[in-house]
Design a protein around this ligand. Structure first.
Ligand code: UD1
Length: 417
């Protein structure tokens, strides 16, 4: 089991380029199925979730090459509509394959995505939208067998602006007859990136980034080249790293607009942030104010994917901070681990109360999920002595070598097998 060793206390200084976004590249990779042709993607991050998606694409007949950060997917020939169960269990995002496979082949057999570490994460909204678009879905023995009966544009009113359900509905609607309107759609920037990618292929979609997406169905899609948008959560995580460790860092390849809610909280905490085009400079003196209200919300609210990292910062702020997680249940698994490092945190349902302490101390802790794992690494940067973060596999799902990124800025973070 891989682990990270973090020797706390170093300031962070220097420059870092932010890689392409995991949450953009995963649905885009699923969409490569749709054009029966060549797809070239630039700025693909090397993540275990991306590797899992590549394995799935290969298992159903695609040819995939991945060199440095460039990926080529040839989806001319598909050999199967069944997604291997072990690969689906490895990665929840395999449900993004439903829309594209149904659009291209008219059927898919896929197991229910495996249990997830941040709460139950149901897929009822995905299934409801697919049914509304004319898909018959049989659920039995842990599998979903789906078949297109009559793929027709329709009006979908999402009960909640789910990112994944918006993307799945959008993907299949690209090839439905007529017009589809998705109301109360999620507004995350990754959905805009998916829209841009699909439109380059020949789809007719508008409205991504707002609460109503309109899709005119088309019959044929063509080959495409696309650069994946920068990862706003990796950028946010590195900002908190710079804040918590102190020093002066510059992040390049950042869509500043996408991380405004994180920027404003880091400023509220007392750090100086200068925005310059696509780069961000952060200066931190390691003195932080507590923040009374942080509430996770769908975009453009404060992202749930930054809640854990932000909590690490609040553990050493002056005063008491209150964090409310409204998006996912059970997304506080990092709390017990932070407490092992000396943090004072109490959780009651969806609310966490963090009472700032003078310092954290290094400890042996375990990553229970992706962002919670990253939060422990950040806490290790400021803790006295050595922190060991076990279960690195969770962190590798979403960060392209977090140890290397942090070492580049001057931290002592090492991978141990
Ligand atoms: C995506 C992101 C994830 C991020 C999340 C919220 C990807 C690959 N992952 O996940 O990093 O944390 O958005 O910003 O893009 N829900 C239902 N039924 C459904 C679908 C969702 O009840 O069918 C609920 C979920 O349990 C959760 C909420 O809706 O409480 C938000 O989930 P959703 O927006 O769908 O997140 P994901 O697309 O899974």
């Amino acid at each position: 089991m891989s682990r990270l060793l973090v020797n706390g206390g170093n300031e962070l200084n220097g420059e870092l380029r932010i890689s392409g976004a995991k949450n953009a590249v995963l649905p885009i990779l699923a969409a490569t199925l749709m054009n029966a042709g060549e797809n070239i993607l630039f700025d693909c991050p090397r993540l275990s979730d991306v590797d899992a998606m590549i394995e799935i694409l290969r298992a159903i007949g695609c040819k995939v090459e991945f060199n440095n950060s460039m990926m080529r997917v040839d989806s001319s020939v598909l050999s199967s509509h069944e997604i291997p169960e072990d690969l689906v269990r490895e990665m929840r995002s395999s449900i993004f394959l439903m829309g594209p496979m149904l659009a291209r082949c008219g059927k898919i057999k896929i197991s229910y995505p495996g249990g997830c570490e941040i709460g139950p994460r149901p897929i009822d909204l995905h299934l409801k939208a697919l049914r509304q678009l004319g898909v018959e879905i049989k659920e039995a023995h842990g599998f979903l067998e789906c078949e297109v009966i009559d793929l027709k544009g329709t009006e979908i009113n999402l009960d909640y602006p789910s990112v994944g359900a918006t993307e799945n509905a959008m993907l299949i609607a690209v090839m439905a007859k007529g017009t589809t309107r998705i109301r109360n759609s999620a507004k995350e920037p990754e959905i805009v990136d998916l829209q841009n990618y699909l439109n380059k292929m020949g789809a007719k979609i508008k409205g991504a980034g707002t609460s109503q997406i309109i899709i005119e169905g088309v019959q044929k899609l063509s080959g495409v080249e696309h650069r994946v948008m920068p990862d706003r959560i990796v950028a946010g995580t590195m900002l908190v790293a710079g804040a918590i460790a102190g020093g002066e860092i510059i992040l390049k390849n950042v869509m500043v607009e996408h991380i405004k809610p994180v920027i404003s909280k880091i400023r509220e905490a007392g750090c100086m942030l200068i925005e310059e085009g696509n780069s961000l400079k952060l200066k931190s003196t390691r003195k932080f104010n507590a923040i009374e209200v942080t509430k996770t919300l769908p975009y453009p609210g404060f992202p749930t994917d930054m809640q854990a990292q932000f909590m690490s910062l609040m553990t050493i702020a002056q005063g008491t901070s209150i964090i409310t997680e409204t998006v996912f249940e059970n997304r506080y698994k990092h709390v017990d681990e932070l407490i092992r490092m000396g943090a004072k945190i109490k959780v009651d349902g969806r609310v966490a109360v963090v009472q700032g302490v003078k310092r954290l101390t290094g400890a042996n802790v375990t990553a229970k999920d992706l962002r919670g794992g990253a939060a422990l690494v950040l806490a290790g940067l400021t803790a006295e002595g050595v922190t060991i973060v076990n279960n690195l596999k969770h962190i590798d799902r979403g960060y392209d070598m977090i140890d290397k990124m942090l070492r580049k800025l001057g931290a002592e973070v090492y991978r141990m097998n």
